[in-house]
Ligand binder design. Structure first.
Ligand code: GRG
Length: 289
């Protein structure tokens, strides 16, 4: 079921991104977007729309736009001036294939192409479309995603202003939870739910997003290149502030399990085998660690 949805997302992403002149920029944009990621954010956006009674078909442009924003953040994150990683999703990073200038431009281009897609392709009312673009710009910009990345970079080597606990929470909530909130809030807006329901979904997304970044912190410590498709052990080498470096592996796992259990509790009131299967997969992967 989940794989069917991923196949549909991949088909739409391919359709939405024709290669036109000047080909090099469109190829660079499409390269990272189409590499085989897990597609968690678009899946969660579409599934939120469906489980809340909305028309999933109308959510595809916004769901794909969020995957483009995510891909943009990965392209820029891999640049030598940021995390400097040569691999992403099991293949050479964008700048290794297209050069640094085109990788910067491809990220910039995705950041503007994505809201253009929402405006041009969503068959939704002007009011809902405006709300979606507002959410996109809010969570994808200096109030969230970029803020998280800035503090993440600042934290390397122990440089931060607030307490380590507050700094770590700020990084994880903004660098990672923000895009899961964007995905699920977008789904809830398309389904046109009440503000009470909206808050429940947003609460789930915050908890899931934090759990997912803790999972990512743990995987950086214990996983392999083959599994992750990117260099492992980088957090430790660059002395990054992570759940593992601050609290240790066992506490990180306990915090992850507690958040995932909260997520099960919230999602139980909806009929979502897909979201439950995502929770199961993450939990199972860490169960023997
Ligand atoms: C918006 C201009 C602008 C810049 C963005 C570079 C940057 C600022 C932010 C980087 C944020 C970042 C890389 C966060 C990591 C989040 C994370 C856990 C990524 C991995 O997500 P997965 O595992 O990846 O879902 P796949 O490849 O499966 O999609």
């Amino acid at each position: 079921m989940m794989q069917n949805l991923i196949n549909l997302i991949d088909k739409k992403l391919d359709e939405y991104m024709p290669i036109i002149y000047p080909e090099e920029i469109f190829k660079a944009m499409k390269y990272t977007v189409m590499l085989p990621g897990k597609r968690l954010r678009p899946v969660m956006c579409l599934e939120t729309t469906r489980m809340l009674g909305g028309d999933m078909e109308k959510a595809f442009p916004a769901a794909c736009a969020i995957e483009m924003l995510h891909a943009q953040s990965l392209i820029h994150d891999d640049l030598p001036c940021m995390d400097n990683d040569d691999f992403r999703r099991g293949k050479p990073s964008n700048h290794k294939v297209f050069g640094e200038a085109n990788a910067v431009l491809a990220g910039d281009a995705l950041l503007t192409f994505a809201p253009q897609l929402i405006i041009e392709k969503s068959k939704l009312s002007a009011e809902i479309t405006l709300k979606l673009v507002h959410e996109f710009t809010k969570w994808g910009g200096a109030y969230a995603l970029i803020a998280g990345q800035v503090v993440d970079i600042e934290s390397e080597g122990g440089k931060y202003i607030k307490s380590p606990e507050a700094t770590l929470n700020f990084i994880h909530m903004n660098k990672t939870a923000a895009l899961f909130r964007l995905a699920m809030r977008t789904g809830a807006i398309i389904a046109n739910v009440s503000s009470e329901e909206f808050d429940v979904i947003d609460d789930f997304a915050q908890k899931f997003g934090l759990a997912f970044q803790i999972y990512d912190d743990i995987m950086d410590e214990i996983s392999t290149f083959e599994e992750l498709g990117k260099t492992v052990g980088k957090d430790k080498n660059s002395e990054k502030l992570t759940y593992v470096s601050l609290y240790g592996l066992d506490s990180a796992k306990n915090k992850f399990n507690s958040l995932i259990n909260d997520c099960y509790g919230i999602i139980a009131r909806y009929d979502s085998l897909i979201i439950e299967s995502i929770l199961n997969k993450l939990k199972e992967r860490l169960s023997g660690v």
